[in-house]
Design a protein. Sequence first.
Length: 255
Amino acid sequence: MAGNDRKVALSFGAHPDDAEFMCAGTLALLRERGWEIHISTMTPGDCGTVQYDREQISRIRRDEAATATAILDGTYHCLESGDIFIMYDRPTLLKGIELVRKVRPTVVFTLSPVDYMVDHETTARLAQTACFACGAVNVRTPGAEPFEPVPYLYYMDPVEGKDNLGRAVEPGMIVDIGSVMQTKQRMLCCHESQRNWLLEHHGMDDYVGMMKTFAEHRGRQAGCTYGEGFRQHLGHAYPRDNILAAELGGRVHIP
């Protein structure tokens, strides 16, 4: 277990509210089972506004993300890249590797490698490499020591369950989150600054309603009220047993 007997879950997202939309229910279930929860974002969400300047919205959204994470008694981390400018490069990778080494997660949830925007896709690649490099001793991250084994890695659903060409992306498993939907909704509601942005830029008048509608869709596929979908990274060196199924038992449905 990530070098010790702690059970630690890390959501490795691009923007504040990514975790709340796509994996907060599963995080809540793990928290109920005693897991330590961390939510990270590559950016403070500095372009997600039609009202504030970059400094103002960054401060607001960091606070919103920290408040949401606190609902799970968790810790929020921001790696301070810029919206739209998340890069797959050495400096950004080192930030991601350092984060993973500091948190020492058992399991990492990240965004879909194919999604509606490049920030999400780049974040998925960064998370994959950060997990793989956690034990690479010649990758230096002062103050954050290498560790083994490689964490479990799961990809969240893409937004609306579609790839960048509008094609459906089906999950490898669906977690029944019906008992914690209220917690997931409370967390998403912390991101009040996004109401006007999502209305103006995305044409989304009710972002909480959109989240619930998609969770209902995944739930129907699994025979439950609400669900969250995931695909497990099963490449060489990554764990291949399904720790979510082991931890959550009958709440995990394999389509």
